[in-house]
Unconditional design. Structure first.
Length: 456
């Protein structure tokens, strides 16, 4: 281990790579090497290559042995990567390296850990001695007291108490032993005895094995030992008839005096005896229809349909429509803020339409798609996948109601009270759309599904 000295700093006229002859102290504030005990190993720093301001350009951390005249040196680190070739105008001072201090700190920590372990062992020994001193032999029983009066009960090879050592009251308690096949006497029931008092079996297969004078055994019956006889707990008495019927009984309302009671769908847990879910909940539940007339729709700025108005010749019936072109695909839209009762599921639609005079090819295809917008959603959101309704006209100014479309999935993340934007269009590129004149769309019936009776 290296020795440590305070304020030892000297100049040296030594040149080259060999041992160093320390010179005078660097100033009156420092000691020369006469303060170092000969034979000691010291760590020191060499500085060399001083500029006009007294700043070194090279330095090295070394370890050496002071023999009283010269100081050997072994370089541990240097700014040049190798031992310094001294110029004859170097300075050195005694100082420990970082590696030395880290090693010293680790040794001190280890000494501290050992001291703590010794102290803990001494405390444990003291506690053990105190505990041993507190043991009172009067609080323990000798091995000879095992199984004796006022002694203690031993455990058997299964770490259990033998029934010999149990109170009579406990021996009378029920002890489930498993199921019993009353047809084959499996497992075989032993004679009732004190050792099986309280044992009971549950019949799993009906049968007529005679035990304790009982031979009518049904599934669910119990066979119980009193210690002197086997008894039966009958859990399976059969019902002889139901509402005057025997065998495999199927009841109808009249069998139990309910012939005048209305049958009610009980699927909804809130259904009441009033006869309908709607009456119980204050509103309808299930598939609902919403009529969207031409006046509730608006044409798109890009490729929107024309607005039409037709008055019939004889009775002057006014028909308000949106007229969709036979060659250019045109789009109209409408908005519905959906009720809380909407189940946020798919929707479908039926187009109601008519056409002006034409001669052949009356096929028309209308499509519908939708997107749901919640609070703070971006309005510029893509519509979902469209579904279509294909219908065929034929008579001028007749009203046609197309077939109901397949389920339309609403894009976005539908939630209660969302604003749903719907887009309806005619699909003239579809091979089934063959009519060569405008298709006049009067309105559509929109079908949604509700799962509660009101929007509270």
């Amino acid at each position: 281990m290296s020795a440590l000295y305070d304020r030892v700093k000297v100049a040296t006229a030594t040149q080259g790579l060999g041992p160093i002859t320390p010179g005078a102290a660097a100033s009156s504030a420092f000691y020369d090497f006469s303060a170092v005990t000969p034979g000691d190993t010291v760590q020191f720093v060499i500085e060399d290559g001083f500029d006009g301001a007294g700043r070194p350009s090279r330095a090295a951390v070394c370890t050496g042995v002071w023999d009283g005249t010269t100081l050997s040196r072994m370089t541990e680190a240097s700014t040049t990567g190798s031992p310094l070739n001294l110029s004859g105008a170097a300075a050195l001072f005694v100082a420990p390296s970082a590696a030395y201090l880290s090693d010293l700190y680790a040794q001190l920590e280890a000494i501290g850990d050992i001291s703590a372990a010794v102290a803990a062992a001494e405390d444990a020994a003291e506690d053990a001695a105190a505990s041993a001193a507190s043991i009172n032999p009067a609080n323990f029983q000798a091995v000879s007291a095992k199984g004796q009066v006022n002694g203690y009960a031993p455990l058997d090879s299964d770490a259990k108490l033998a029934t010999t050592y149990l109170p009579d009251a406990i021996l009378g308690a029920l002890n489930y032993r498993g199921t019993w096949n009353a047809s084959t006497n499996t497992p075989a029931i032993p004679a009732a005895a004190a050792g099986n008092k309280g044992h009971y079996y549950v019949v799993s297969v009906a049968g007529s094995t005679s035990i304790g004078g009982f031979s009518d055994w049904e599934v669910g019956d119990w066979l119980v030992s009193s210690g002197s006889a086997w008894g039966k707990v009958d859990n399976s008495d059969k019902v002889s008839s139901v509402a005057g019927k025997t065998g495999v009984v199927t009841l109808v309302k009249g069998d139990v005096g309910l012939g005048n009671v209305q049958n009610v769908d009980q699927t909804n847990a809130d259904n009441l005896a009033s006869g309908t879910v709607a009456a119980a909940r204050g509103g309808a539940i299930g598939k609902q229809a919403l009529w969207i007339p031409a006046g509730a729709r608006y044409g798109r700025t890009t490729n929107g349909p024309g607005s039409g108005s037709v008055e019939t010749t004889t009775n002057k019936v006014m028909l308000r429509t949106q007229d969709f072109d036979p060659t250019t695909q045109e789009f109209a839209q409408f908005q519905v803020r959906m009720p809380k009762s909407w189940n946020e599921g798919t929707i479908s639609f039926v187009p109601v339409w008519s056409h002006a005079a034409t001669t052949t090819n009356f096929g028309v295809v209308f499509g519908l798609q939708a997107v749901a917008l919640s609070n703070d959603d971006a309005a510029d959101t893509a519509f979902g996948t469209a579904q279509t309704s294909t219908d065929t006209g034929g008579t001028t100014n007749d009203i046609y109601m197309g077939p109901e479309s397949a389920a339309v999935t609403v894009a976005g993340s539908p939630a209660a009270e969302d604003l749903v934007i719907f887009q309806v269009y005619r699909d003239p590129a579809n091979g089934s759309d063959t009519m060569a004149v405008d298709a006049r769309l009067h309105g559509i019936t929109l079908f949604i599904t509700t799962d509660t009776g009101n929007d509270a």
